[in-house]
Structures are given as structure tokens and as C-alpha cells.
Design a protein around this ligand. Structure first.
Ligand SMILES: *[C@@H]1O[C@H](CO)[C@@H](O)[C@H](O)[C@H]1NC(C)=O
Ligand SMILES: *[C@@H]1O[C@H](CO)[C@@H](O)[C@H](O)[C@H]1NC(C)=O
Length: 201
């Protein structure tokens, strides 16, 4: 099926319904990471096999993990260079908001803050987000090739409070995700075409 031939709204609907095992046509995912979209969280530690079916939740307007409170995120087009920042109606998003919880369970991430949008004193120029040509889907990377993220190891429910999402840090003293946490991936789910270039190619 050729997505380019479909109305964008229908294409966006089909986007979320790919089967994991399907072989995807070659597709430049950097062209999808534009305009407005939702951010879904995939419980996967492998880019090569991760797919929308691995979704366990999505990020809310403050950049925290929920089951279904999926905010609309904007690529911050005010910044003329690529890659650019992300924001919601609450404000710019960042990993530098000191009001957010630290990932104290992590060896290397113990001083890192959970993602937030609309925190005080967050400058959108501080951080940037991008995806990588060759990914099957527009998985979101940040900073210095940080394309995996870290959550406490439980899936959000209708009743759970919003959960923190940290960058994933590793090294010689902690080679993988720390005990009790899950390594996860953030998926950009573009909304229907609304900006020059289009959200769905
Ligand atoms: C999430 O992935 C971990 C492995 O990283 C697995 O143990 C866990 O059962 C998964 N949870 C859900 C809800 O898929
Ligand atoms: C977000 O960051 C941009 C770029 O620095 C800035 O112009 C804008 O005012 C910021 N927005 C908020 C709500 O802080």
C-alpha cells in the first residue's frame, strides 16, 4: 500500500496499525519528524524490532508518561536550524528542569532529571531532538545520540499518576538498564499535515 496516495488523516490512522513483523518499505523517517505530533512510549530496548504495537503509554503536556493522556507536541520551528526543540501548550521541553525527580536508581543517571515541558526557566534553545535516517519509525533521540530512555518498570494504568521519563545512561559500571527499570523508546506519531513539508509523507 502506498501511504502517499492516501488522505493524510487516513494515513495517520494506518500509521498506528502496522503489525510488528511487517517489512516496512524504505522510508526516510526524518521527513515525519515535523510539525505536530504525539509521543508514544514503546516498551522496547531494540530499534530494529521496536514498533507501534509495543506502545505502553504516551506523554502528557508536561512530558510525563501516562496511559492515554497524549498531548500534542510541536517542533519548535522558531529555531532556524535542524534539529530543533520540542514543546507543548505548557512550554518548551527539557531534561534540565531541576523541579523534576532525579533517577536515583541509576548509576550514571543518578543526577539526571526527568523530562518536563513548561518548567520554569527552560530555554528551548538548550536542547534538541531528532530522529535518524534508517530507523523504521521516527524514534526520538536527544542530545548526544541518546535514543533510549529509562522508566521505572511498570506500565501506566488509568489510575496511576504520571510517571517520570529519564534519558538512559550506561557505562562500564552499569552496562544496561538498572534493576527494576525498563529501557524504552519514544515514537513520534505525526498528526495530519498542517505545516509546510507535511507531517505524513
Ligand atoms: C517491558 O519490557 C520488559 C523487558 O525490558 C519486560 O520484562 C516487561 O514485561 C515489559 N512490560 C510490558 C508491560 O510490556
Ligand atoms: C521556548 O524556547 C524558545 C527558544 O528559546 C523561546 O523563544 C520561547 O519563548 C520558549 N517558550 C517558552 C514558553 O518558554
Amino acid at each position: 500500500m502506498q501511504k502517499g496516495l492516501l488522505p493524510t488523516a487516513l494515513a495517520a490512522l494506518l500509521w498506528t496499525q502496522f503489525a510488528c513483523a511487517a517489512t516496512l518499505p524504505a522510508h526516510d523517517v526524518t521527513k515525519d519528524f515535523l510539525g505536530r505530533g504525539q509521543i508514544h512510549l514503546l516498551n522496547s530496548s531494540n530499534f530494529n524490532t521496536a514498533c507501534p504495537d509495543d506502545r505502553i503509554g504516551c506523554l502528557n503536556g508536561h512530558g510525563m508518561l501516562t496511559l492515554n493522556d497524549c498531548a500534542v507536541f510541536n517542533r519548535n520551528d522558531a529555531i532556524p536550524s535542524f534539529p530543533t526543540n520540542l514543546g507543548t501548550a505548557a512550554g518548551n521541553c527539557s531534561f534540565r528542569d531541576q523541579d523534576m525527580p532525579r533517577n536515583t536508581d541509576s548509576y550514571y543517571g543518578a543526577d539526571s532529571f526527568a523530562w518536563s515541558c513548561g518548567g520554569k526557566n527552560i530555554d528551548g534553545l538548550d536542547e534538541y531532538y531528532y530522529t535518524v535516517t534508517g530507523f523504521n519509525y521516527p524514534f526520538i533521540c536527544s542530545g548526544d545520540i541518546r535514543c533510549y530512555y529509562d522508566i521505572v518498570g511498570k506500565a501506566p494504568t488509568h489510575h496511576s499518576p504520571p510517571m517520570p521519563v529519564w534519558q538512559f545512561f550506561w557505562g562500564g559500571s552499569q552496562m544496561d538498564i538498572e534493576a527494576g527499570h525498563w529501557r524504552v523508546i519514544l515514537l513520534w506519531v505525526p498528526l495530519a499535515k498542517e505545516s509546510p513539508g507535511g507531517a505524513v509523507a
